[in-house]
Design a binder for this molecule. Structure first.
Ligand code: FAD
Length: 474
């Protein structure tokens, strides 16, 4: 079960004030990840996705054991013993469960990180759409709700992801100040906290006030974790076992996929040697820091929507550039995630945190991302409504070494399978993005009409409100 994820939608919500429709000056940001419904990404329901991967693994001959809890490990020079069974190597994918972290007493690395947030969350039925609660907003590049929807609130943000079974996954991630603004309790009752937050933000209340949770509302006091080691002799951690920052910017699954590719390469000639493992660990370390800086900067910027929207451009410039390079030019799993290793992009989250709030911040972001801005981002003429603009893409031959002819002619480097409109277009795990972190841009699939649009003019909508009246996929 899933639903279209055409892009990333953001609104700023203020305590006690309804969201105000100020037309193109509304506190609203829409960044498309695809030019049309047909090749759009989709939300992934975890149970479905895991089921898909398990079937693929079985088909590939993997000896899969269901419902097994690993409780014991012994790692020696000769091998690894897990629950009494002998193996050559262990890759720990236990996520925040932190199996090896506990067994090997790996010290925490949380002190080096900046982001801190609590989470209150559940799944809900009967959540209203944006046009139902704030009608007549200017048309965006896609219908606002067919996206990863974010409401920026004081000291935090809320996500709302609609699935095609009428259920919406939603939660508030709150920095310590954001939580303290609504409750003094360090361990608040989750349902009561949810109600307090709805009472505080009228538009969110209008959307969620009549919604019913389909499972108990839950609270976690802190969602971040981080370790000081990611590998050792005969063991390696998956990213989510090593570190987690925050769901803002949806980096989790895309990062995991990158790590899986790297580990697969490490095993190509047998067991990975110390050098390969050190390379893997060094990248995870740098990437966890990079995600943390980007997200911490976004939290710092949340008080002012213009600053938040400008800071977010660093994320969108980074992933759109990486996606286009990956699909059309070169797929190198060892290239750093989220701009790590790129001399232009890597310094930006840190620099942005330092400059935040200084005069001309938005202009600084625009010029800082310019060498990698293949998507026409940070353009005041766009009024924070960014379609996938293939004209900008092919019209900037010099950006980051991507050549106009190559972009037009090249088949996707991967994730597609050769046809002009690859299977990832329907959100299959073989391509697209992981929860859309990598926009599903495929110029070969662009309609000719899209290819004649001019850049830096107000965005032309590529799909329209009302084109799909029901929350179902056909
Ligand atoms: C609130 C929230 C929202 C998120 N939103 C997004 C998003 O929008 N996009 C995105 O890309 N990422 C998102 N993420 C991150 C994403 O959930 C992770 O990147 C992803 O779950 C990592 O997958 P994984 O399989 O490595 O680990 P996990 O999903 O954590 O799975 C670990 C599994 O290991 C099992 N396990 C633990 N210990 C043991 C043991 N001893 N024996 C056997 N099994 C064990 C657990 O039961 C669990 O099933 C979000 C995370 C959170 C917390």
């Amino acid at each position: 079960m899933r639903e279209l994820k055409r892009g990333f939608t953001y609104y700023r919500q203020h305590p006690g004030e309804p969201f105000v429709n100020r037309g193109l000056d509304s506190e609203r940001l829409l960044v498309a990840a695809s030019p049309s419904d047909d090749i759009a990404d989709s939300h992934w329901l975890r149970a479905d996705v895991d089921h898909h991967f398990v079937r693929e693994a079985l088909a590939a001959g993997v000896d899969y054991r269901d419902n097994v809890e690993i409780t014991e490990v012994a790692i020696t020079k000769r091998g690894v013993k897990l629950n009494g069974h002998q193996f050559d190597f262990v890759i720990d994918a236990s996520g925040p469960g932190g199996f090896l972290a506990r067994q090997l007493a790996i010290p925490s690395g949380l002190a080096r990180t900046h982001t801190r947030s609590a989470l209150v969350f559940s799944h809900f039925k009967d959540v209203k759409t944006m046009p139902e609660v704030v009608p007549n907003l200017p048309e965006g590049p896609y219908p606002d709700d067919w996206a990863a929807v974010h409401h920026i609130v004081d000291g935090g943000w809320m996500y709302a992801l609609r699935f095609d079974n009428g259920v919406t996954s939603a939660g508030f991630a709150l920095a310590p100040a954001g939580l303290a603004a609504v409750t003094r309790s360090k361990a608040p009752d989750a349902a009561a906290l949810w109600r307090l937050l709805l009472d505080r933000y009228p538009m969110i209340s209008a959307a969620f006030g009549d919604a019913t949770p389909t499972r108990p509302i839950a609270f976690r006091a802190r969602i971040q974790h981080r370790l000081t080691r990611a590998t050792g002799e005969r063991w390696a951690l998956m990213p989510h076992a090593y570190a987690f920052v925050d769901p803002l910017f949806s980096t989790g699954i895309a990062w995991s996929f990158r790590a899986i590719e790297r580990l697969a390469l490490c095993f190509e000639d047998g067991l990975p040697d110390a050098k390969a493992l050190a390379r893997y660990a060094a990248l995870l370390h740098a990437e966890a820091d990079q995600i943390d800086r980007l997200v911490a900067g976004a939290y710092d910027a949340m008080a002012r929507f213009d600053l938040f929207a400008a800071h977010a451009m660093i994320y969108f410039a980074t992933v759109s550039y990486a996606e286009v390079r990956q699909r059309l030019v070169k797929a190198d799993p060892w290239s750093g995630f989220l701009g790590v290793g790129d001399p232009v992009l890597e310094p930006l989250p840190r620099a942005s945190q330092r400059r935040l709030g200084r005069k001309g911040f938005a202009q600084w972001v625009a010029s800082a991302i310019a060498p990698r801005n293949i998507a026409g981002l940070a353009d005041p003429a766009a009024h924070n409504l960014y379609p996938v603009d293939v004209v900008v893409l092919v019209g900037r031959p010099a950006v980051g070494g991507l050549r106009r002819e190559g972009i037009i002619a090249a088949p996707p480097a991967r994730g597609g399978g050769g046809g002009p409109c690859p299977p990832h277009a329907r959100g299959g795990p073989g391509g697209g993005g992981a929860w859309g972190s990598l926009p599903a841009w495929t110029p070969a699939c662009m309609a000719p009409a899209a290819a004649t649009r001019r850049s830096s003019t107000p965005p032309v909508p590529l799909s329209t409100h009302g084109a799909r009246p029901e929350w179902s996929r056909t």
